[in-house]
Design a protein around this ligand. Structure first.
Ligand code: NAP
Length: 220
C-alpha cells in the first residue's frame, strides 16, 4: 500500500520504518523536505521524502504525525478542506498534551483539547479518519512487535478501520476495534491518564482485571 506520513519526527520514524520493512511504499512529508528525505533515508526499504503536499498526494493511507496544535494548518496546506483527502484513510496518532499547571509536577500533563480526531474529521471531509497508535510511546512501536500488544482503533469508516487494522497487524500488533470516532476522545484521554500513571511509577495494567473477571458473576 502507498503510505504518506505527514511529519518527520519520532512517530513518523517508528511507524514508517515498520511499514516500509513490511513492504509498503512509504513517503515521508515535512515542512522541511530535506528533513523528510533524511528520515526516509534512515527508514530505508525504498522510503522517499518530500514536502507535505507530495506525501499527502502519495498516500492511499496517511499518518498524521505532528503536534495536535498544528493539524489545522497542515491539513489546510494539503488541501483537505477542498476534499483532497476524500476516500483516503487518515490515521490520527496525535495527543494534545499540555503541562498540568495545577500540579506543576514534571511530566504531568493534561489535554489541551478534548477531541482532536473529531476535529481532524471535520477538517478533512470524505477522509476515513481512524484514531490509532496514540496510547504508547514511539519506541514501543519499534520494540514490542509480536508480543500481543493491542492497538485500539476508533473510526466511523469501516473500510478505513479495516485498512488500519491491516497496518497494525503488519507491524506485529493486534488491532482492537474499539468503536466509532466519537469514542476517539476516550482514547486521547486514556493516553494522557495512563502516561501520568507510568511517569508516577505505576504499571497501568495493574488497574485492570483479566477479561474473564471483568464483571461480577451472576448468582444464577
Ligand atoms: N513520540 C511519542 O512517543 C508519541 C506517542 C504517541 C503519540 N504521539 C503523538 O504523535 C504526534 C507526533 O509526535 P512525535 O513524537 O513524532 O513528534 P516530533 O518528534 O516532535 O515530530 C513532530 C513533527 O511535526 C512537525 N511539525 C511541528 N509543528 C509543525 C507545523 N506547525 N507545521 C508542520 N510541521 C510541524 C515537526 O517538524 P520540524 O521537525 O520541522 O519541527 C516534526 O516533523 C504528536 O501529536 C504526539 O502527541 C507521540
Amino acid at each position: 500500500m502507498r503510505i504518506g506520513i505527514l511529519g518527520a519526527g519520532q512517530m513518523a520514524e517508528a511507524l514508517g520504518s515498520g511499514w516500509a520493512r513490511a513492504g509498503h511504499e512509504v513517503m515521508v512529508g515535512a515542512r522541511s523536505p530535506e528533513k523528510a528525505r533524511k528520515l526516509a533515508e534512515a527508514i530505508g526499504s525504498g522510503a522517499r521524502g518530500g514536502d507535505l503536499r507530495a506525501a499527502a498526494a502519495h498516500g492511499e493511507a496517511l499518518l498524521l504525525a505532528v503536534p495536535a496544535l498544528s493539524v489545522g494548518g497542515i491539513l489546510t496546506e494539503v488541501g483537505a478542506a477542498d476534499g483532497a483527502l476524500a476516500g483516503r484513510t487518515l490515521i490520527d496518532c496525535t495527543n494534545a498534551y499540555e503541562p498540568d499547571a495545577f500540579t506543576n509536577a514534571p511530566n504531568s500533563f493534561l489535554l489541551a483539547e478534548a477531541a482532536v480526531a473529531e476535529r481532524v474529521a471535520g477538517l478533512a471531509p470524505g477522509a476515513g479518519v481512524v484514531k490509532a497508535f496514540n496510547v504508547c510511546a514511539a519506541e514501543v512501536w519499534t520494540s514490542h512487535a509480536g508480543r500481543g500488544l493491542g492497538v485500539p482503533l476508533c473510526g466511523d469508516d469501516e473500510r478505513a478501520v479495516e485498512v488500519v487494522a491491516g497496518l497494525v497487524s503488519d507491524l506485529g500488533f493486534d488491532p482492537v476495534r474499539a468503536g466509532g470516532l466519537s469514542r476517539a476522545r476516550y482514547l486521547e484521554a486514556v493516553s494522557v491518564f495512563v502516561v501520568g500513571l507510568w511517569f508516577a511509577g505505576y504499571d497501568a495494567r495493574q488497574m485492570l482485571p483479566p477479561l474473564q473477571e471483568a464483571f461480577a458473576h451472576s448468582d444464577a
